[in-house]
Design a protein around this ligand. Structure first.
Ligand SMILES: [Zn+2]
Length: 151
């Protein structure tokens, strides 16, 4: 998959770890969000990576695509919950399902908001790849800019 594997192998951040922690898809060091998923002040996404400076919104309106990802995640979660509820309770009461699904939509929406963007940037954005050399702490600014121009 990634060809620079021999270089600084010990510094490489595994993709799932970086994605779960919502780190920048390019350097896997900087945070994508300024606060936690269930922060009371709502989620604040950084415009650019605090570590490597990558602009997260690849083009204007890019995160509209994330709504489709979020929708797909929602459908998968709802089907899983409905089936799980049926298996566990065997209930035929529509109100039980409505209550569980509505409650889950509320509880899961910050999660889906965050991870739809993570999924979009990690797996659905062609041309955006992990660059382990950018994850080092002492990257001179001019090198960063050259790499930005190539990205
Ligand atoms: Zn970065």
């Amino acid at each position: 998959m990634e060809t620079q594997a021999h270089h600084h192998n010990e510094d490489r951040v595994p993709v799932l770890k970086a994605a779960i922690q919502a780190k920048c898809p390019r350097c896997r060091k900087g945070d994508m969000f300024a606060n936690s998923t269930y922060s009371l002040s709502g989620q604040q996404m950084h415009k650019t990576c605090p570590h490597c400076g990558m602009t997260y919104e690849r083009e204007p309106g890019y995160f509209y695509v994330a709504m489709f990802v979020s929708y797909a995640m929602n459908v998968a979660q709802m089907v899983t919950l409905a089936v799980g509820t049926y298996i566990l309770t065997g209930s035929n009461s529509p109100w039980l399902y409505v209550a569980i699904l509505l409650g889950s939509i509320l509880v899961l929406s910050p999660f889906n908001y965050r991870y739809s963007r993570v999924v979009l940037l990690y797996w659905l954005t062609p041309g955006l790849h992990y660059r382990p050399e950018l994850s080092h702490d002492h990257t001179p600014d001019n090198t960063t800019n050259n790499k930005l121009a190539q990205a």
